[in-house]
Structures are given as structure tokens and as C-alpha cells.
Design a protein around this ligand. Structure first.
Ligand code: AMP
Length: 209
């Protein structure tokens, strides 16, 4: 199983990806998580990426493609993988085609209003990147991750101005990927206005078909 989740920031990719990874035992590859980890560890790559991320812009293709090439060599990818947040541009998708063959692409869709509301109420674990939402998926203990006990925080790039820029980047550079994968006959769409459990069931029926 070699999957891609497409969708605007806040569409639910991370939350549903966690559920898919648990059910199917595939590797979860979030380029955003890898980049945030690199920033935390103050690596050279993290320093290159930080300015772009803080502004809500995409990190240059060559940086992200390099990350993915390295990540796919790790043994946990042998059982399959789910890309969450990659590819985000046509050149990234073309580079991926040269590395491996994708089996399915699912676009998670919701209104811009829902996206803005979700991002404003989203909290992320500093340690394991698990995602919570104060309204729809609150942690059992305030400010603390249910899975690892890590501290929950609001990401810097969830400020309204940065979110606007991320949505513009999505429209200009990432949205064309839906046509790219539709033409290859790989694309399915799932609306994400309902509960995570309902969205997950729909995703499972596509994956098991
Ligand atoms: P995410 O956690 O997927 O929302 O990603 C957070 C930020 O990391 C994005 O706004 C980009 O700046 C950067 N990023 C993550 N994945 C990619 C990618 N595939 N291409 C370019 N930039 C990316």
C-alpha cells in the first residue's frame, strides 16, 4: 500500500493518517513533521526550511525531495507508506514517480471556513506530533498528549496571516495535483466535515476496494 493524502492545511490529513497507519501498519511520512524535527534539532536542513515555514511558504522542492528519498530507504517503509503533506507541487510528484509507484491518492476536502476554525483550535504534541482539537478531539488532560504525555502547543504557522499564505500556496501549487493524479486514475475524494470515525470508515472502504 503506497498512499498519498492530499488536502488543504486543516483538512484532516494528519488525524486520518494516524488512524490509517494504525490499522494497516504502514509508515506515516509527514514531510512537515520531518522538517519541524530538523528545526528543533537545529540541523542545516532545518535552518534552510525555517524561514519558508514561518512565512507559510513551501520549502524548495529539492530539499523536500531529498528528505523523501532518504526516508523511503528506512526499513519501516517496506510494508508500505502513507504520505501526508507530500507531494505539494507538480515537480515533487514527478520526482516521486521516478522513485516509486503510488497505489492510491485520497483528497480530503472541506470548506475554507472549517479549515480556519480547525487550525485556530488545533493543538499539537511537541514530542510525538499527535494532533488534538479543543472542540472536537480534546486531550484527556488539558495541555498534555494522550499518547506520550508530551506538552501540547499551537504551531507558529497556525497564526491567521500565516494560514492565509499557506492556503494561497495550496491553491497555486498543490491543487493542480488533483488533476495530475485524476488523469492517472488514482484519485478518490472524501469530504471531511463529519467526525473522524465517519471519515475514516469512508477512507477504509476506498483502501479495501
Ligand atoms: P504541514 O505540517 O504538512 O502542514 O507542513 C508545514 C509546513 O512545512 C508547510 O507549510 C511547508 O512550509 C513545509 N512543508 C511540508 N511539506 C512540504 C512539501 N512537501 N513541500 C514543501 N514544503 C513543505
Amino acid at each position: 500500500m503506497k498512499l498519498i493524502f492530499l488536502g488543504q492545511p486543516g483538512a484532516g490529513k494528519g488525524t486520518i493518517a494516524e488512524m490509517v497507519v494504525e490499522k494497516y501498519g504502514v509508515a506515516h511520512i509527514s514531510t512537515g513533521d520531518i522538517l519541524r524535527e530538523a528545526i528543533k534539532n537545529e540541523t542545516e536542513m532545518g535552518q534552510k526550511a525555517k524561514d519558508f515555514m514561518d512565512k507559510g511558504e513551501l520549502v524548495p522542492d529539492e530539499v523536500v525531495i531529498g528528505i523523501v528519498e532518504d526516508r523511503l530507504k528506512e526499513p519501516d517503509c517496506e510494508k508500505g507508506f502513507l504520505f501526508d503533506g507530500f507531494p505539494r507541487t507538480i515537480p515533487q510528484a514527478e520526482a516521486l514517480d521516478k522513485i516509486t509507484e503510488i497505489s492510491k491518492v485520497i483528497e480530503l476536502t472541506c470548506s475554507e471556513e472549517t479549515v480556519l476554525d480547525r487550525l485556530a483550535t488545533r493543538w499539537t504534541c511537541k514530542e510525538c506530533s499527535a494532533i488534538f482539537n479543543v472542540k472536537t478531539k480534546p486531550p484527556k488532560e488539558e495541555g498534555k498528549c494522550d499518547s506520550c504525555g508530551g506538552v501540547l502547543y499551537q504551531r507558529e504557522d497556525q497564526k491567521p496571516e500565516t494560514v492565509k499564505e499557506r492556503l494561497v500556496e495550496y491553491k497555486n501549487k498543490t491543487a493542480p495535483l488533483t488533476d495530475y493524479y485524476d488523469q492517472k486514475g488514482l484519485l478518490s475524494r472524501v469530504g471531511t466535515e463529519s467526525t473522524p470515525q465517519e471519515i475514516f470508515s469512508e477512507v477504509v472502504s476506498i483502501l479495501d476496494a
